[in-house]
Design a protein around this ligand. Structure first.
Ligand code: NAD
Length: 358
């Protein structure tokens, strides 16, 4: 394992994004987002995505320098087509527009269709919460073979279809629930393979539909499937994410009638609500804190050390990794640097990372 400072990784992502043709605003957003995911503890959606982005840009499946196109612009209902533009920039712009819409109309439903990979969905829930907005996000993942086996299936039929909710507090996000609807995100299986460790029991099926904890065959050959989390309930949410994130948005869905070009296409249906317009006698932010406190006052269940709220593991990770640096396994760092070289990233930046790892 290597431990690198967040600032150095941000410089590497930024320089690589510039090298593949991203203008300054997109490169900055991609770098902050990917390193932000590592800081939050989600290495699956951090700088380890860079080799995929370089590959996708190389074959025209990620389009730098593209702005989202407005398809529908009603006060409380909007559609943007991202045309495979840089996901972090597309989704940031979409949330700017949805927040403005919710401020004006009280709430705004925005469908962002056909974006290249948007990354960690909680990032956008946090963006909305900083503006005083509640937000709910249904996301599908298309343009490649399915990865997730819904409840009762031996075969994969869905992507890892994430779902997120953000609640605003008095000073920034008060609670962020952000999760893949598969038991683990695909990137977590990739990170486990790179580290040479098993995935949690119940997360993976082998090619014959039997449970396995070895990620190697699955990550290298895609034979097998990630299981939905939470039995039939998580599976149901994964299916709803496909229908709303992909289908209702008018983006690509996982159905084989749609094209599959081996890219990563996210479509996201976001419902953004101005929290100040709703709620009862007690301001919403105070109600949220009161409910969190009430839950925390429960006796701790056997086998647990503490009671955490959604979003707390990420906040703790940010504090620790911001202080100590971001751990990256050698194989992932090799892959990232190889992709950076292939993209033509500034050699001085690559040399700086090489020096920091040794
Ligand atoms: P996870 O399982 O680590 O966490 C899921 C949620 O549970 C988080 O809100 C977290 O705060 C909360 N949580 C974790 N441990 C907890 C505890 N002990 N007590 C209380 N709450 C706890 O997340 P994941 O499902 O592995 O997803 C990882 C990331 O992958 C997410 O950011 C998601 O948006 C992203 N993702 C993106 C895509 C895409 O296509 N863009 C696809 C899938 C997943």
């Amino acid at each position: 394992m290597h431990t690198l400072p967040a600032t150095l990784l941000e410089t590497l992502v930024h320089a690589t994004a510039r090298a593949i043709g991203c203008p300054e605003n997109e490169a900055g957003e991609m770098a902050r987002h990917l390193v932000g995911a590592n800081l939050a503890g989600h290495d699956s959606h951090g700088v380890g995505m860079l080799p995929d982005y370089v590959r996708l840009a190389d074959v025209g499946l990620l389009v730098p320098g593209h702005e989202p196109e407005t398809v529908l612009d009603m006060p409380a209902l909007k559609i943007l087509d991202a045309g495979r533009g840089v996901g972090q920039w597309m989704a940031k712009r979409a949330m700017d527009i949805a927040v403005d819409g919710a401020r004006e109309a009280g709430c705004c439903t925005l469908a962002l269709r056909n974006s290249s990979h948007v990354g960690r969905i909680g990032h956008y829930a946090e963006q909305c919460a900083r503006e005083g907005m509640v937000s709910i996000h249904f996301v599908n993942v298309a343009d490649h073979a399915p990865l997730q086996a819904p409840f009762g299936c031996s075969d994969p039929r869905l992507g890892t279809n994430p779902f997120a909710v953000g609640l605003p507090g008095e000073d920034g996000p008060a609670l962020v629930l952000d999760m893949a609807t598969s038991a683990i995100a695909f990137g977590k299986a990739r990170v486990a393979r790179n580290k040479g460790v098993p995935v949690p029991a119940g997360a993976l099926l082998d090619a014959d539909g039997h449970p396995t904890t070895d990620p190697t065959v699955y990550v290298d050959t895609r034979k097998g499937a990630l299981r939905s989390f939470g039995e039939h309930k998580g599976s149901g949410l994964a299916i709803v994410c496909e229908m709303l994130g992909g289908g209702l948005s008018g983006g690509l869905t996982i159905h084989p009638d749609h094209e599959r070009r081996d890219g990563i296409v996210n479509s996201m249906l976001s419902i953004v609500i101005d929290a100040a317009r709703l709620g009862g006698n007690r301001p919403f932010a105070q109600e949220v804190e009161a409910i969190k406190d009430y839950i925390r006052q429960s006796r701790i269940a056997p086998g647990f050390d503490e009671i955490l709220m959604p979003g707390e593991p990420e906040a703790r990770s940010r504090a620790k990794r911001g202080r100590d640096g971001i751990p990256i396994d050698a194989r992932s760092l090799d892959d990232i640097l190889a992709a950076a070289r292939q993209a033509g990233t500034d050699a001085a930046v690559i040399a700086e990372v090489e020096a920091a790892r040794s």
